[in-house]
Ligand binder design. Structure first.
Ligand SMILES: Cc1cc2nc3c(=O)[nH]c(=O)nc-3n(C[C@H](O)[C@H](O)[C@H](O)COP(=O)(O)OP(=O)(O)OC[C@H]3O[C@@H](n4cnc5c(N)ncnc54)[C@H](O)[C@@H]3O)c2cc1C
Length: 482
């Protein structure tokens, strides 16, 4: 039986980060991924000559000092990227498109010129910058929460500073509390805009969203949004290559069927029956996925904990279209869901084919049943999302060459996440920081992914991967690089 130091189950951002850092530290690493490509929800795929992101499109954390930048620097990988300012353009019916610019004073000025009553929100934007900045500073020190072991205390202590006391009062609060505190009210359009951005980054609207997570979510788009050609899928590929370059083993198309603990080691049973022994395991799966691997009764994720997603992919003929910015947040007022429209112009010079992906939150429970029964529901949802794209490219229907969509069932199939719950844990006050889920369910088995601290997005997932990596290397008697 093959023996490794670290077996990684899954090549999502959490597993890739942990695996790449462990291999760079000299550990013998094997990564098993059931799919044929790396990245999971942040991966990509090709369809009829078009390239599409599977889920994640917006890249944050690559700015100097950012979490992803720290990972790539340690791996000595140079990622070609550039700051994206504005990061996102808001489309609110009846108003001109509104760019979310990095400079807070400029943003407040733009908003005042665009929407009546915007001045009442000035103090709220200052609050997002202030509190978000503090959370950002703490994140940059790579904390490990909740505090369960001495190692967590040691790693998290580096982030402490007197300025942290400013956060204490917001620990149990929601963004709505912060809005009320700063007198931000009276503009349904601005409220809807804030909610749409919060939903994208935290899965919760202002009334439900943790103030701490909300502040960093709203602020991060201005602080650390970067453009990377090829998006998160390219970053995933770079992490995967790094594992191989450091002497690790990558096995795609190789699902893990079971994990068993025998004689102080983990035994990994692969889908074809092969067995591998490992001193430590990093499992890049949600709790329900871990139950399945450990042969336990599955405790399903609930709709209160997480959303699923519906993503529409369009390949279009972009002849004579002027170049546009990549990210557009559509904030309709007629009951249509808000959604993020991501536009990727062709990478080939002279080519006039663009890929567009539109994502929105859906309840996994609304998409159960046989795919054939859901045809009508899928068609209706695609149509609503195309209307959202029309806010950006009015004649998009006439230009469409390829049209496909992904439902919760698609995500379940391609990422193996039971129930198709994606996008991480909804960031309510009861879930953040000190009260986050731990990542050490069994001896020498560490969880990485968007279901453990800090719980959302590729950057957060990378931090979960760093913590799983640190634990694995320390369990092997080594010293982590980060
Ligand atoms: C529609 C959508 C849009 C998003 N937009 C953004 C965005 O713009 N910016 C951003 O930062 N984040 C975004 N996110 C969130 C982000 O993509 C995820 O939070 C993050 O990628 C999750 O990574 P993960 O490590 O938890 O694992 P996953 O992405 O779930 O990957 C897990 C991997 O493990 C594999 N696997 C599972 N079980 C097994 C097994 N038994 N054996 C072998 N392999 C297995 C799966 O195939 C998969 O590749 C978005 C998510 C979605 C769904």
């Amino acid at each position: 039986m093959k023996n490794v130091d670290v077996a990684v189950v899954g090549a999502g951002f959490g597993g890739l980060t942990a695996g790449a850092l462990a291999a760079k530290s000299g550990a013998k690493v094997s990564l098993f991924e059931q799919h044929t490509r790396p990245g999971g929800c942040a991966g990509d795929f090709a369809l009829e000559g078009f390239w599409f992101p599977a889920g994640a499109t917006v890249v944050t954390g690559l700015e100097p000092g950012g979490i992803l930048r720290q990972v790539f620097d340690k791996l000595r990988i140079d990622v070609p990227s550039r700051p994206l300012d504005p990061s996102i353009t808001f489309h609110i019916p009846g108003h001109a498109p509104l760019p979310y610019v990095a400079n807070v004073a400029e943003w407040k000025h733009l908003l005042r010129g665009a929407l009546p009553g915007a001045q009442r929100y000035d103090r709220f934007w200052d609050w997002t910058h202030d509190v978000g900045g503090e959370v950002y500073r703490i994140g940059g020190h790579l904390p490990s929460l909740p505090l369960q072991r001495w190692a967590d205390l040691r790693r998290t202590a580096r982030a402490t500073a007197p300025s942290m006391t400013r956060l204490i009062r917001w620990l149990g609060a929601t963004v709505e509390d912060a809005k009320r505190h700063s007198g931000a009210e009276g503009s349904p359009a601005i409220d809807a805009m804030i909610d749409s951005l919060l939903m994208d980054a935290t899965g919760a609207k202002a009334g439900d969203c943790s103030a701490i997570q909300g502040a960093i979510a709203l602020d991060l788009y201005r602080r650390g949004c970067q453009w990377v050609e090829g998006g998160t899928g390219r970053l995933a590929m770079m992490l995967a290559r790094s594992i191989r370059d450091s002497g690790g083993e990558l096995r795609f198309g190789t699902g893990v069927r079971a994990l068993t603990r025998t004689n102080g080691r983990w035994q990994i049973t692969l889908a074809d029956g092969e067995e591998v022994a490992a001193r430590t395991v990093v499992a890049n799966v949600p709790p329900a996925g871990l139950d399945r691997l450990l042969g336990r009764r599955i405790r399903p994720t609930s709709d209160r904990e997480s959303w699923s997603a519906f993503v529409l992919h369009l390949g279009i003929d972009a002849t004579n279209l002027p170049s546009i910015s990549p990210f557009h947040q559509i904030v309709p007022s007629d009951g249509r869901p808000s959604s993020l429209v991501s536009v990727f112009e062709s990478r080939k010079v002279g080519a006039s084919r663009w890929s567009i992906s539109v994502s929105t939150h859906v309840r996994a429970a609304d998409w159960l049943g046989f795919p054939r029964q859901l045809v009508c529901q899928r068609g209706k949802t695609e149509n609503v999302l195309i209307r959202n794209v029309e806010e950006v490219i009015p004649d998009v229907r006439d230009r469409t060459i390829v049209q496909r969509s992904a439902t919760p069932q698609t995500f379940e199939r391609f990422t193996s996440r039971p129930g198709g719950f994606v996008g991480g844990l909804i960031q309510r006050p009861n879930l953040v920081a000190l009260r986050a889920r731990g990542h050490r369910p069994e001896p020498a088995l560490f969880l990485a992914g968007d279901h453990v601290f800090p719980g959302q997005g590729t950057v957060g997932t990378a931090l979960s991967g760093i913590n799983a990596y640190r634990d694995a290397v320390e369990a092997l008697g080594g010293r982590p690089l980060l």
